[in-house]
Ligand binder design. Structure first.
Ligand code: CA
Length: 230
């Protein structure tokens, strides 16, 4: 079952989201506070995607996200934020989320985002799931979807893993943001290329010795990124 958690304190927005996700074939678990969301996730460990409103009366959506990620790297997380002008702050604080949607959003947009994330967080077909890519100090295990650097596991979300796979399969090639978006999030995705930057920023913090002076994920100005292994 495709189960989605919806955390939103405003009842009217919550029911709007719930109705539309149910119409799209999802089973929905609702929560109106961060605390309730964490409880519901424990009761429903098979939840595949969580939609987390940022502004909440108790603990905020970022804190909920952080707590979910402490124990669950697999679930897809989409932040719902109120105003577009807050996006810089939101993306800076997106410690473990895979995507964000700015209110107001259309139902088509939201459903497309959830669909895309669900595809990314679902195991790929068995044929694509074997083997490894070895580029010292990195080792990407395609079977277990894990990354090691110098033999030490680097904890990645499913989306981060997909980006790493794309990079390592295209060593020394400049990839545009749109290439990355199309391959990792899927064609026809409604999102903005900026989500690529958010995820790359986070990946750098995880895999670079010094994220301020990246040696592996290089910026190609005005274009995108390039994977480099010396
Ligand atoms: Ca709210």
């Amino acid at each position: 079952m495709r189960k989605v958690l919806v955390l939103e304190d405003e009842a009217s927005i919550r029911s709007f989201i719930v109705i539309n996700l149910e119409r799209a074939g999802y089973e929905v678990v609702e929560a109106e506070s961060g605390e309730e969301a964490l409880e519901k996730l424990q009761q429903h460990p098979d939840t595949r995607v969580a939609l987390l409103d940022v502004m909440l009366p108790g603990i905020d959506g970022f804190e909920v996200c952080r707590r979910i990620r402490m124990s669950n790297a697999k679930i897809g997380i989409i932040m719902l934020s109120a105003r577009s002008q807050e996006m810089d702050k939101v993306t800076g604080l997106m410690t473990g989320a895979d995507d964000y949607v700015t209110k107001p959003f259309s139902t088509a947009e939201l459903t497309a985002r959830v669909d895309a994330l669900l595809r990314r967080t679902t195991d790929e077909a068995p044929a694509q799931r074997s083997g490894e890519i070895l580029q010292p100090p990195f080792r990407l295990d395609l079977t277990n979807r894990t990354l090691e650097k110098n033999g030490v596991r680097v904890k990645l979300t499913q989306l981060e893993f997909s980006i790493m796979k794309l990079f390592m399969e295209n060593r020394d090639k400049a990839l545009s943001r749109e290439d990355i978006l199309d391959t990792v999030w899927g064609r026809g995705y409604f999102g903005e290329p900026k989500i690529v930057d958010v995820n790359v920023h986070r990946l750098r913090n995880k895999i670079e010795d010094d994220a301020q002076e990246p040696r592996h994920i290089l910026t190609v100005w005005g274009f995108g990124y390039k994977w480099n292994v010396d």
